[in-house]
Design a protein around this ligand. Structure first.
Ligand code: CTP
Ligand code: MG
Length: 245
């Protein structure tokens, strides 16, 4: 039987506005390396077939030369240019992957796409392996951890409306992985509704299909570096996880 193909989309576009730093957060230095390096390294050393890296408009040459080539990430086969919103960055990468597929680059029976935020530099090989394994069974999976806190739903004025059962609430991480055609078709449907605020990839499939989405166990250390204090937390977590020597 033909082997399946696994394509990682690593997102490194976006402004990082909540970080309030001069350098976009994905290029901020953590232990002498740009944040983006850490995600690319784990994917490079995984069983993923190839990486489509998504970067900002002006950053493609810098990334190719100073990150992809400099660190020898030869699984990065294409660089896509990001869009205005995260889900549009993913869409641009999908178009690039679609073009590669039409050229016959992917020879497997199925193609699976794993989408990952470079703002999560603590991604592990175990999470990638588990995601790759589970997406074959479920076609749509997201990495998540059970919420330790009680989550409340409030209205725009801050008045609490309801409280979902804590045992049913999860903090959603990346990677999120999908069978290629399911994700593409879901995008085609969801993009018809421009009023949606789409904050993760699963929402594309939730709105654009009736397909169920399975949770894969993540790791509390797989944080998204978003605000300035997260840099110190990421450094500390890297030390305790032995990501750095
Ligand atoms: N991202 C992207 N394209 C965008 C927006 C975000 O590729 N148009 C990527 C970011 O690089 C990041 C991931 O999506 O790795 C998660 O987004 P987030 O943490 O929200 O990053 P930013 O949008 O850059 O930050 P902020 O929302 O604070 O402006
Ligand atoms: Mg954002």
């Amino acid at each position: 039987m033909k082997k399946d193909n696994y394509i990682a989309i690593v997102l490194a576009a976006g402004q990082g506005s909540r970080m309030r730093s001069d350098v976009a957060k994905q290029y901020m230095t953590i232990y002498d390396k740009p944040m983006l390096y850490y995600s690319l390294k784990v994917f490079q050393e995984s069983d993923i077939d190839e990486i489509v890296l998504v970067v900002g408009d002006q950053e493609a040459d810098y990334c190719r030369e100073h990150i992809v080539e400099y660190y020898g990430f030869d699984k990065v086969k294409a660089i896509a240019i990001g869009g205005k919103e995260r889900y549009l960055s993913v869409y641009n990468a999908l178009l690039v992957a679609e073009e590669r597929r039409s050229k016959g680059v992917y020879d497997g029976e199925h193609q699976y796409v794993l989408i990952h935020d470079s703002a999560r530099p603590l991604i592990t090989s175990k999470i990638i392996e588990d995601t790759m394994q589970e997406v074959v069974t479920y076609n749509a999976v997201v990495v998540a951890v059970p919420s330790k806190d009680t989550i409340k739903i409030a209205d725009e004025t801050g008045i609490i409306k309801n409280t979902p059962k804590r045992s049913q609430t999860y903090i959603i991480q990346t990677p999120q992985a999908f069978e290629f055609n399911l994700l593409k078709q879901s995008y085609q449907e969801t993009m018809k509704h421009t009023d949606l605020e789409i904050t993760d990839d699963a929402m594309i499939v939730e709105h654009g299909s009736h397909h169920s989405i399975k949770i894969v166990e993540g790791d509390y250390k797989n944080i998204k570096v978003t605000t300035p204090e997260d840099i110190a937390i990421a450094e500390m977590l890297m030390k305790v996880s032995c990501v750095i020597a």
